[in-house]
Design a protein around this ligand. Structure first.
Ligand code: SF4
Ligand code: MG
Length: 320
C-alpha cells in the first residue's frame, strides 16, 4: 500500500519513529482466535496497516480498546507492556527498512533476545540465534555479515528469524511478501506457514492480494475505507461472498478454469479518507445502493456460514 510509510525506520543507524499520515479506521471490531491466521485484505488506503499498527501498540486508538488474552493493553505503561512486546511480534513489508544497516546479522538477532531475556548466558543467546536462523533456511556464514549483503527474500527471512527469536505467540505481518520478487514470494509465504505449524503461531496477516489469502488465511476480514465490510471463514468468503465489494474483489481474481459470471466492474474512484462519504462508505461505487445506504452506516451483522456482513441490502434480503 503505497501511501503508507513505515512508522519505524532506520536513519543513520538509529531506529526512529516517524509520525506519518495514517488512514483513519472506524468501528473496526475484530477478534482473532488462537492458532488462526486472520487475513485483513483491502486496497491501498483502506486502513489495514493502521489496524496492524494499532494492534501492535505503535499507534494509539482515539477510541476503543485492544485486548490480548482478555487483558486490555492499549493503555499499559511501557514497562507493563514488555511481556506483550515479547509475545507479539511484527514483520514489516519492507525488509530493507526493518534491519539496522549498522548491525551485523548476529547483533540484529541477539538484540531482542537480550532485551527480553537479560539473564540468559551468552552461549544460550548464541544457540537461540543459530536455531532460528537455521529454521528460516539461512544455515551458515551469516553472523558477521550485514543486511545489505543479502537479497530481499533473505532479508525477509532474517526479519522472520528475528521475530521468532523471542518465541512469540502472535505475529502481525503487514504485507510481508509484497515488496519481494514474485519468484520468491511463495517461498517466504511457505516459510510463514511452516513457522505457524512449528511454533503454534497466531497471525494477523495484512495483504492486498486475495490470491494469498485463499492459501494462507483461516478467516478473512475485508476492509474498505477504514471499515470492515465482511468477515468470514476463508472457504465461505470465496464460495459465497456477500458484500457487494467482496463480490467485486473476488470476481476480479484471474483464474484458469474461469466458469464464473462476468467480472463485476466497479464504477468510480475510491474516495479519499479525508472526505469520507456518509452512510455506507461504499455507496458511491455500489450497484445496489439506495437512499438508506447514503444515510445510515451499516453494522456488521452475523450471516450464514459463520460470516458477518455490513450491508443494508444483504440484511434486507435484497441480494441473493
Ligand atoms: Fe451497497 Fe448499500 Fe450494501 Fe453499502 S450498504 S454495500 S451501498 S447495498
Ligand atoms: Mg500498508
Amino acid at each position: 500500500s503505497g501511501d503508507f510509510l513505515e512508522q519505524l525506520k532506520f536513519k543513520g543507524g538509529k531506529l526512529i519513529r516517524e509520525q506519518k499520515r495514517v488512514h483513519a479506521i472506524n468501528g473496526v471490531d475484530l477478534e482473532i482466535q488462537r492458532g488462526e491466521a486472520l487475513c485483513v485484505v483491502g486496497e491501498s488506503g483502506c486502513g489495514k496497516s493502521t489496524v496492524a499498527r494499532t494492534v501492535m501498540g505503535l499507534l494509539h486508538p482515539s477510541a476503543g480498546e485492544i485486548r490480548y488474552d482478555g487483558q486490555r493493553i492499549d493503555d499499559l505503561s511501557t514497562q507493563a507492556l514488555m511481556p506483550y512486546r515479547r509475545r507479539m511480534q511484527m514483520i514489516f513489508q519492507n525488509p530493507y527498512a526493518s534491519l539496522n544497516p549498522r548491525m551485523t546479522i548476529q547483533q540484529t538477532l541477539e538484540e531482542p533476545i537480550r532485551l527480553h531475556h537479560p539473564d540468559w548466558p551468552r552461549q544460550k543467546v548464541a544457540d537461540k540465534v543459530a536455531e532460528v536462523m537455521a529454521s528460516v533456511g539461512i544455515a551458515q556464514d551469516w553472523g558477521k555479515r550485514y543486511g545489505h549483503e543479502f537479497s530481499g527474500g533473505q532479508r525477509q527471512r532474517i526479519a522472520i528469524a528475528r521475530a521468532l527469536a523471542v518465541d512469540p505467540e502472535f505475529i502481525v505481518a503487514d504485507e510481508p511478501i509484497s515488496a519481494l520478487d514474485v519468484s520468491i514470494q511463495a517461498q517466504v509465504l511457505n516459510l510463514l506457514m511452516d513457522a505457524q505449524q512449528q511454533h503454534n503461531l497466531t497471525y494477523l496477516f495484512i495483504t492486498h492480494d486475495l490470491a494469498v489469502v485463499e492459501h494462507f488465511g483461516t478467516r478473512v476480514a475485508v476492509m474498505y475505507l477504514g471499515r470492515v465490510c465482511e468477515v468470514a471463514p476463508t472457504a465461505t468468503l470465496f464460495a459465497t461472498p456477500r458484500h457487494p465489494y467482496t463480490r467485486a474483489l473476488i470476481s476480479a481474481i484471474p483464474r484458469l478454469e474461469d466458469d464464473r459470471p462476468q467480472h463485476i466492474r466497479l464504477e468510480g474512484e475510491v474516495p479519499t479518507p479525508v472526505d469520507l462519504p456518509s452512510g455506507c462508505v461504499f455507496h458511491a461505487r455500489c450497484p445496489h445502493a439506495d437512499a438508506r445506504c447514503r444515510e445510515e452506516v451499516p453494522a456488521l451483522i452475523a450471516s450464514d456460514g459463520g460470516a458477518q456482513v455490513a450491508c443494508h441490502a444483504v440484511e434486507e434480503g435484497r441480494l441473493d
